[in-house]
Design a protein around this ligand. Structure first.
Ligand SMILES: Cc1cc2nc3c(=O)[nH]c(=O)nc-3n(C[C@H](O)[C@H](O)[C@H](O)COP(=O)(O)OP(=O)(O)OC[C@H]3O[C@@H](n4cnc5c(N)ncnc54)[C@H](O)[C@@H]3O)c2cc1C
Length: 627
């Protein structure tokens, strides 16, 4: 008998579990199939055991500072790791899945038709199918490797104890994390990497800092070295590596292969379903649908980022596309990751090199050393650096952080980036002291100031001031450049210190900014009529104050015999306007002036406000006269 479902998911790792819970959340009839227990690589042989080992190793490392001869029984470490795996697995067991409305089927699934799979002799048919079959460790064709008992992430955590010495082949995140953690619990580690740099996807400058830390802790690192031969010599595994044309042999009781992941695309008849794939991945479109309609693929089997959180994100997108009448694109703009060395190396978005390639030299780079961070300085041997890359307006393009809690700080950056918040806004966000995250406020303050200085008018002015706008350029750009300088000039003038008050029977300074209006203005377009007293000066003053108080956003700052000064906060433009009134007794009129404290156009806010104030004043003043 064929069992029918709305949605069948093959592979119960990070990707498949997310897809299953999402589908169940939409009340769909869902089946999750896995040849092993649910949890996949992340729970059983990836994130969870590796991060548990890292935590234990960190504790040992710190304890060793005060107890240098501390010895670790690695069989106890491995047992603790298994306990932690069970703790995580308890949250994704078949019983838990059942409670959430998900049927779990334990067995190997093979396609027997476009929408039908066979598991342990039973057929399952589903309207929509999601493939989340994951990956397996990549093992290269190195001479002699088949004849040595090498380890991978799938076998290392199920050992009884760790070997005393270990060669780790592969200087990516897994190889580097494992190197440091194993070394800290007493395994003598040699790390071999083909590229010239370990962690080749990360910022070189930060990678070199962590590399030095690993060397200082006692790890031997060979970069630019290719493994060409492996041989078992009794209890030792010899690995021949070639570097700069010459060969060397490194030896260890253990050899860990950490050379990346290979997509699981073979063995379950993808051809039967019409799903296209190559040796690297199952092919999907922007919406994660494969070449076969109604069949989606997610997680490590698809890439391009073989990370649990990317698998989760894909799981949600694909399931929504499979279930709902929408076709959501998978968004890879906001990618992030963290390498859990001590200290951690976190990354969000682009590196400096990638940003330069994409946006040229308009990018802005902000750096802050951990040495200038109080919290970091409370630790004796702290190292670290934060690097944030912004676009010209102050929005985050990418960031890299090496330092304690980098994984948490980069998550804040990831939030700011994904929600498209200008980095300058961080300047005003209060953080607890002393925290590592304060670094974001410190950088935010610099960005805030630079954002102001980057306003085109201010830039033009500064250029003009520095003599960087020669006559021929002004000629070329003509009026535009000249106007730019003029506006910039005014901006600076207005921004710095407005000359307020009365001098020689007039309001002090003729307003000259384009957004100013005044009853003194020489130029006609800025000119506004003065207001008559309409009776006694005392009445006129009362009416004026009454009128001002009736406005939202206007605050009276000074109220003298012949002078009233108020400030209006323009919500629209986010800038202050100075508003002044002078009671010219000789002429029996109220003279007016208003100008924004920044020099660029405020879209006529001042004039509009003047007209509104004038009409209100006249209505009160007319009423007073008549009563
Ligand atoms: C040592 C290590 C540390 C890592 N650390 C991190 C980390 O800190 N952060 C991070 O984000 N990522 C980390 N990763 C990567 C992360 O583990 C993977 O990206 C993630 O687990 C992939 O999930 P997945 O669901 O795509 O695949 P998997 O978890 O591999 O799940 C695939 C499942 O499909 C099943 N399956 C395959 N074919 C069939 C079939 N035909 N029938 C039935 N079942 C089938 C398999 O049994 C498996 O359970 C780490 C990886 C390793 C190796």
């Amino acid at each position: 008998m064929v069992k029918k479902y709305d949605i069948a998911i093959i592979g119960a790792g990070a990707a498949g579990l997310t897809a299953a819970f999402t589908a169940a959340g939409f009340s769909k009839k869902v089946v999750l199939i896995d040849k092993n227990l649910p949890g996949g690589e992340c729970t059983w042989s990836g994130c969870i055991p590796s991060k548990s080992l890292i935590n234990i190793a960190k504790e040992v490392h710190h304890a060793k500072k005060y107890t240098p001869n501390l010895e670790v029984d690695t069989s106890v470490v491995l047992k603790d790791i298994q306990d932690i795996i069970q703790k995580v697995y308890a949250g994704e067991s078949p019983e838990v899945l059942k409670q959430s409305g998900i049927d779990f089927v334990n067995g190997y699934a093979r396609f027997v038709g476009p929408h039908t799979v066979e598991v342990e002799g039973k057929q399952i048919e589903a309207k929509k199918i999601i493939l989340s079959t994951g990956s397996t460790p990549m093992v290269p064709p190195i001479e002699g490797l088949d004849n040595v008992s090498y380890l991978t992430n799938e076998t290392i955590f199920t050992q009884k104890s760790f070997p005393k010495t270990m060669t780790i082949l592969g200087g990516g995140a897994i190889g580097v994390e494992m190197s440091q953690a194993l070394n800290r619990i007493g395994v003598k580690v040699t790390l071999v990497e083909k590229s010239e740099q370990i962690l080749p996807k990360d910022e070189e400058e930060l990678v070199l800092m962590i590399q030095q830390r690993l060397i200082d802790e006692g790890i031997t690192i060979h970069t630019g070295a290719t493994a060409v031969k492996a041989a078992q010599k009794g209890g030792q595994i010899d690995l021949t590596i070639e570097k700069d044309g010459s060969g060397t042999t490194v030896s260890g009781e253990g050899l860990l292969i950490a050379l990346g992941r290979q997509a699981n695309v073979k063995g379950y008849n993808l051809e039967q379903a019409g799903v296209d794939y190559d040796s690297k991945s199952i092919k999907v479109d922007d919406h994660l649908e494969t070449s076969a309609k109604g069949i989606y693929a997610i997680g490590d089997v698809v890439g391009p980022y073989q990370l649990s959180h990317m698998a989760n994100a894909q799981g949600i997108t694909a399931t929504q596309n499979a279930i709902l009448p929408i076709n959501k694109k998978m968004d890879y703009e906001h990618v992030t990751w963290c390498t859990y060395t001590d200290p951690e190396l976190g990354r969000s978005g682009l590196s400096e090199k990638e940003a330069r390639e994409k946006y040229g030299d308009s990018i802005r780079i902000y750096e802050h050393e951990y040495a200038d961070l109080d919290r970091a300085n409370t630790k004796k041997d702290s190292i670290g650096k934060v690097k944030i890359i912004l676009d010209k307006k102050g929005y985050i393009l990418g960031a890299s952080i090496l330092g304690d809690r980098a994984g948490e700080i980069i998550s804040q950056i990831q939030t700011i980036k994904s929600l498209h918040i200008n980095m300058g806004k961080l300047s005003g966000v209060i953080h607890p002291y002393p925290t590592y995250s304060e670094v974001l406020v410190k950088i935010g303050k610099k960005v805030y100031v630079d954002n102001l200085l980057n306003q085109p008018v201010v830039k033009t002015f500064n250029k003009a001031k520095a003599g960087e706008l020669p006559a021929d350029k002004i000629a070329i750009y003509g009026a535009a450049a000249a106007a730019g300088i003029g506006i910039a000039n005014m901006a600076i003038k207005n921004n710095s210190k407005p000359k307020l008050g009365v001098e020689n029977g007039r309001l002090k300074e003729m307003p000259s900014t384009p957004n100013a209006v005044s009853s003194q203005a020489a130029s006609i377009d800025k000119h506004v009529p003065a207001w008559p007293y309409n009776g006694s000066k005392k009445e006129a003053k009362k009416n004026l104050i009454g009128m001002l108080k009736g406005f939202e956003g206007i605050t009276i700052i000074q109220n003298d015999e012949n002078y009233v000064y108020a400030v209006a906060k323009s919500k629209k433009m986010k800038f202050k306007d100075d508003i002044e009134f002078f009671f010219n007794d000789a002429a029996q009129r109220i003279e007016f002036r208003s100008a924004s404290r920044v020099g660029y156009s405020d879209a006529g806010v001042n004039r509009k406000r003047y007209d509104e104030m004038r009409s209100r004043y006249f209505s009160i003043s007319a009423h007073t006269r008549n009563s």
